[in-house]
Write a protein that binds this ligand. Structure first.
Ligand code: GDP
Ligand code: IMO
Ligand code: MG
Length: 430
């Protein structure tokens, strides 16, 4: 038995999809445990691009199971779109490959409208997919789950009760249009027909897989600094993105997790609002955006770009219990004369080595940089870390020293095979 959690160690979009796809060759089951279709996980396979918002990034392998756990909020229209697209492209031939927890909560049209309208007021820069409002309903205990949708009577009754208050809130408070009960009912009963076969008691199924000795990969969405409790609140997402939530969000216990792998870019990006100490608003930031194709996989928004921030990644290591690190997009930094790493924040004449909870302090702090020589050479042809340009090796070594962890994977391109030093991470565990 071996279970590994893969999590983002920055503000999301670290290349988790690529790393999960790569490691799925060693796994039997891949599980999403939080978030929803705010996520956009990209895989490039022989020039063909796939972006997954809900379906786990292991789905391109024929004989692997993929589970959307109870901690995920599911927009059924998006799920159906992903399933249809995959089938059109010759994947997901066997429906039993994909399972959705019956305990997962549904995103409804009013969640999306509330999300978009409220973002005008609170300016978090959400993806507008209804994620926050759906989690709010879950915590308030009037959310509607997959299992409710499977029973028309229950769904009708819960939808009716919810719409009463949602329409009032939308029209009276947010000054938006409300929704018709019959229209949503009809739309969702159609979804029920299409996804019903995937809806299962996935906690029980996963438990059985683990007991049979199968290898499980948990695929985090978003990143450490977007965690609801430990991120840059309120500029965060509405779920716990940390590895600990792999348990609650899939219905297994912490004794069943063996290892945690972090994924970080060789630099930093962020989409949406909120503090970002190493952000580069200059030509270098623009060059990183252009070279790295840094535009949101979900919303297409330009991502804010900046230097690697070791303070941020150390925060991620602590709150996730990360034991090894994958560094992605090293190739993007290949054109610069100098590269910088942030090693602390200067504030009121002091140097902080951790991310302060007080956002005002974070916003006012100045990054303290170490400057290293750039390598200005192609890194894509290297098969081993020792074949990388010497200065690129120095860069990675310095990161390893600062984060006090081994970098066990280095990604140098978006293709599955553009990765250095992949070892079977399950082998070490047994
Ligand atoms: P995720 O949300 O963490 O899965 O990451 P995204 O898919 O949102 O963003 C990562 C982007 O970088 C995608 O377009 C990937 O195809 C791409 N990518 C991943 N690894 C590398 C790499 O090593 N080099 C380059 N140039 N692109 C990469
Ligand atoms: P992946 O899994 C990057 C950001 C949004 C916004 C904040 C809240 O692809 O790494 P939300 O819609 O979740 O309420 O928005 O979180 N955000 C992400 N940023 N990658 C993601 O997912 C994100 N999911 C949400 O931009 O700042
Ligand atoms: Mg993404």
């Amino acid at each position: 038995m071996a279970s590994i959690v893969i999590v983002g160690a920055q503000w999301g979009d670290e290349g988790k999809g690529k790393i999960v796809d790569l490691l799925t060759q060693y796994a039997d089951v891949v599980v999403r445990f939080q978030g929803g279709n705010n996520a956009g996980h990209t895989i490039v396979l022989k020039g063909e691009k796939f972006v997954f918002h809900l379906i786990p990034s292991g789905i391109l392998y024929e004989n692997k199971k993929c589970i959307i756990g109870s901690g995920v909020v599911v927009d059924p229209a998006v799920l159906i779109e992903e399933i249809t697209e995959l089938k059109k492209r010759g994947y997901l031939k066997d429906d039993s490959q994909l399972m959705v927890s019956e305990e997962a909560h549904l995103i409804l049209p009013y969640h999306r409208r509330i999300d978009i309208a409220r973002d005008q007021l609170f300016k978090i820069g959400t993806t507008g997919r209804g994620i926050g409002p759906a989690y709010e309903d879950k915590v308030a205990r009037y959310g509607i789950r997959m299992v409710d949708l499977m029973d028309e009577g229950v769904f009708r009754q819960k939808l009716k009760a919810n719409l009463l208050q949602k329409n009032l809130y939308l029209t009276e408070v947010l000054k938006e249009k409300g929704f018709e009960f019959e229209a949503i009912l009809e739309e969702y009963l159609q979804y029920k027909k299409e996804i019903g076969k995937h809806v299962k008691d996935t906690s029980r199924i996963l438990y059985e897989e683990i007991r049979k000795g199968r290898h499980i990969l948990f695929e985090g969405a978003q990143g450490a600094l977007l965690d609801l409790d430990h991120g840059t609140y309120p500029y965060v997402t509405a779920s716990n993105t940390v590895s600990g939530n792999a348990c609650a969000g899939s219905g297994i216990g912490p004794t069943m997790i063996d290892s945690v792998v972090g994924v970080a870019k060789a630099y930093t990006t962020r989409v949406g609002e909120g503090p970002f100490p190493t952000e580069l608003k200059d030509r270098i930031g623009e060059r990183i955006r252009e070279r790295g194709g840094e535009y949101g996989a979900t919303t297409g928004r330009p991502r804010r770009c900046g230097w690697f921030d070791a303070v941020v990644v150390n925060h991620a290591i602590r709150i996730n219990g990360i034991q090894e690190m994958a560094i992605t997009k090293l190739d993007v930094l290949s054109e610069f004369d100098k590269v910088k790493i942030c090693v602390g924040y200067r504030i009121n004449g002091e140097i902080l080595r951790h991310v302060p909870s007080n956002l005002e302090i974070l916003e006012r702090s100045e990054p303290v940089y170490e400057e290293l020589d750039g390598w200005k050479e192609e890194v894509k042809r290297s098969n081993k870390i020792s074949e990388l340009p010497l200065r690129a090796q120095h860069y990675l070594k310095r990161i390893e020293e600062l984060i006090q962890l081994k970098i066990t994977m280095v990604s140098v391109g978006s293709e599955r095979n553009e990765t250095i030093e992949i070892k079977n991470p399950f082998q070490k565990i047994g």
